[in-house]
Design a protein around this ligand. Structure first.
Ligand code: PPE
Length: 312
């Protein structure tokens, strides 16, 4: 096996198919259905080192989406949510991590190939590892330079976009490769209609005249849990939020502020789109207030947001 990526240094254990196995032993056959056809579903979750101890952020919502994602693929995850939850908590404890990223994945495993996955067993694994700022520490302060991708997001009538399916992420990979290849930090992907969908691994928010806009669920986006959280936070801060918006490409350039949300990306300001400066070309004041509130909540959960946290 090739050398272990630095990202996973120090990780000893992975939970796989009901057991805790050594990191190096979490293997699967090359004739795995999900490897050939992308028939897997996954989650990305973060555990934060809060003032009340390590806690998983919005765990119930992530677990629910995990099972929902499996539905269009007739995939029966052979474990109850409680079992997945207990395994995850135990894994974080064993790794003695205060904060980490959590990656549950379920996929059609080694069975007869052919498109019908029905004869392949469903395999499930959970890995945890420390993962810092997704787009870099500096991105959280200064913002990122992004480009509108020439790749369009698939419509939900082609591949359900509200399901977090492994195979569907080739679209995100293409957009991300193109953006990075052209010297940008991240992409923005338009939907089939040519309106804004989302980032390859993030939802997007626009600020105009003190109000917030985020693309609606019918715009071929993932129903992001950070997106939902930011809508709540912004409303609690007194902002008007339009969470069912259609945003045209042109509106990106004239926005007062733009930012990404996601489990990995958290709240990341966007400072330019296609080399056009957004606002003052740095983190804007509304983005700053929302980002600060978001990180404050994660740091020391106030009573009003307590149910967003699952103690480890
Ligand atoms: N859109 C897409 C396409 C997406 O992948 C994510 C998460 C989001 C929106 C935001 O959703 P949420 O995490 O529930 O707020 N992307 C995950 C994978 C990133 C990766 O590079 O892998 C994540 O952030 O964990």
């Amino acid at each position: 096996m090739s050398e272990r990526p630095e990202m996973y240094e120090g990780v000893d254990t992975i939970w796989m198919d009901g057991e805790f196995v050594d990191f190096e032993d979490a293997q699967t056959h090359v004739l795995t259905h999900g490897l050939h056809y992308g028939t897997g579903v996954f989650e990305g979750v973060r555990c934060y080192d809060t003032a009340d101890g390590p806690a998983i952020f919005r765990w119930e919502e992530h677990l629910e989406r995990f099972y929902q994602s499996a539905k269009p693929y007739d995939m029966e995850i052979p474990f109850e949510p409680e079992e997945i939850s207990e395994a995850t908590v135990e894994l974080i404890r064993r790794e003695e991590l205060d904060s980490c990223y959590i990656r549950p994945v379920a996929f059609y495993g080694y069975g007869p190939l052919g498109l019908n996955p029905g004869n392949s067993p469903v395999q499930v694994a959970i890995a945890v590892w420390p993962w810092g700022a997704y787009l870099g520490e500096e991105a959280l302060e200064e913002g990122v330079d992004v480009a509108v991708s020439s790749w369009r997001k698939h419509a939900s009538s082609q591949i359900p976009t509200n399901a977090k399916t492994t195979g569907a992420y080739v679209n995100s990979v293409l957009a991300s490769l193109e953006a990075k290849g052209n010297g940008y930090t991240e992409a923005i992907v338009l939907n089939k209609e040519g309106n804004v969908a989302e980032g390859p691994g993030e939802n997007i928010f626009l600020v105009r005249d003190g109000e917030l806009y985020t693309t609606g669920l019918a715009e071929s986006i993932l129903d992001g849990i950070t997106r939902q959280s930011v809508v709540d936070i912004a409303e609690d801060l007194g902002y008007t939020v339009h969470d069912d918006a259609t945003i045209s490409r042109g509106e990106l350039y004239t926005a007062d502020e733009l930012f990404f949300t996601g489990t990995a990306a958290e709240v990341t300001p966007i400072r330019s789109v296609d080399d056009n400066e957004i606002g003052a070309g740095t983190k804007g004041p509304v983005t700053d207030e929302i980002q600060t509130t978001f990180f404050d909540i994660l740091d020391d959960p106030p009573a009003a947001y307590e149910d967003w946290f699952h103690p480890v």
